[in-house]
Design a protein around this ligand. Structure first.
Ligand code: FDP
Length: 336
């Protein structure tokens, strides 16, 4: 007999049964985010997209050029989530301040942090981009959500995921019960379970980093890269193949499916790393861990880092555990 077709809605509801005390609000929130993914996917793939390509002519809080599709994705996420009564507060990589629930609408018990369109420099060249999100329980008791609600350790996350807009659109999420991937059937407008219980394959196949910045990197990092390439004379290995798309979510996704490592270390341009702890590193770290992998800032598990500011940057090493641990070893040996 053919296997059952599982929609994301059914899957989310079935996962909720693992939490007897669940109220269904988290399930609804995840389903709202799936809808956000469909709306953004529709716009990234529409022929009329050409009209909105290019820079919006302003910069985001990181001083980076903001593309029009970023603005659009940010608004969709906000508009579909601010009025549902499920959230206390939101925070977006594209906005300097917290996003509060509009006056007159109820606040809920969850906190949503997101990167509306990761890897946005890929938009102009029709390459893969994605939306990354994480959900926490609020810490504050009532009223508008606070900064403290958003500055929680990754370990406290109740759910995380991403939607990737590539040759097909996929949503990948975890609520701490494994990692599950769904592919959007554009004709049905439904995400269908295509990748249940994802585990990072071992041995890994790939590594992903931007070699152009080698000259800004530490001795430990340069030596680590040579180790990955099989050129460490004391510890030779079969080289891993290299793939770098330049959109974290896309590089991570490939490594999740094929096994591998993504790393963006601190360097002399970015002494604290380039990527964002709250919007990028933490959600992907939770997914990596749930898929049998590991994520580190080079010294500590990413999920244990206490955030001190909303747009905090971090070095990131994420993927198969033995590769991430090896990077940590190189840093201790050559950089401390
Ligand atoms: P982008 O600047 O295009 O938004 O989040 C930042 C990010 O992309 C990641 O998605 C990506 O992995 C990285 O920066 C690419 O940075 P480099 O161009 O410095 O390699």
């Amino acid at each position: 007999m053919d296997e059952a077709i599982v929609t994301i809605e059914r899957h989310i509801v079935e996962q909720e049964r693992g939490f007897p005390e669940a109220t269904g609000i988290l399930s609804s929130l995840l389903y709202d985010i799936a809808l956000v993914g469909k709306v953004i996917a529709r716009d990234t793939t529409r022929a009329g997209l050409v009209k909105i390509l290019g820079s919006a002519g302003n910069t985001n809080v990181q001083g980076e050029e903001q593309m029009k599709l970023d603005v659009f994705a940010d608004r969709v996420m906000m508009r579909l989530n601010s009025f549902t009564g499920r959230l206390a507060v939101l925070a977006s990589e594209e906005q300097e301040n917290l996003i509060h629930i509009p006056a007159g609408y109820k606040t809920g018990k969850y906190v949503l942090v997101f990167d509306p369109l990761d890897g946005s420099s890929n938009v102009d060249v029709n390459a893969t981009v994605g939306t990354i999100f994480a959900i926490y329980l609020r810490k504050s008791k009532e009223g508008p959500g606070t900064l403290e609600d958003c500055l929680q350790r990754g370990r406290k996350m109740v759910a995380a995921g991403y939607i990737i807009y590539g040759s097909s659109t996929m949503m990948v999420y975890t609520t701490g019960q494994g990692v599950h991937g769904f592919t959007l059937d554009p004709a049905l407008g439904e995400f269908l379970l295509s990748h249940p219980n994802l585990r990072m394959p071992d041995p890994p196949k790939y590594y992903s980093t931007n070699h152009a910045y080698e000259k800004y990197r530490s001795e430990g990092m340069r030596r680590f890269t040579r180790w990955l390439q099989g050129m460490d004379e004391e510890d030779p290995r079969k080289p891993l193949s290299e793939r770098y798309i330049g959109a974290l979510v896309a590089d991570f996704h490939r490594n999740l499916l094929k096994g591998g490592l993504f790393y963006y270390p601190a360097d002399s341009r970015y002494p604290s790393g380039k990527l964002r702890l709250i919007y990028e590193a933490n959600p992907l770290a939770f997914i990596a861990e749930q898929a049998g992998g590991y994520a580190s800032d080079g010294r500590n598990c990413i999920l244990e880092v206490e955030p001190v500011e909303l747009h905090q940057r971090t070095p990131l090493f994420i993927g198969n555990e033995q590769l991430v641990r090896k990077a940590e070893e190189f840093m201790v040996k050559f950089d401390d």
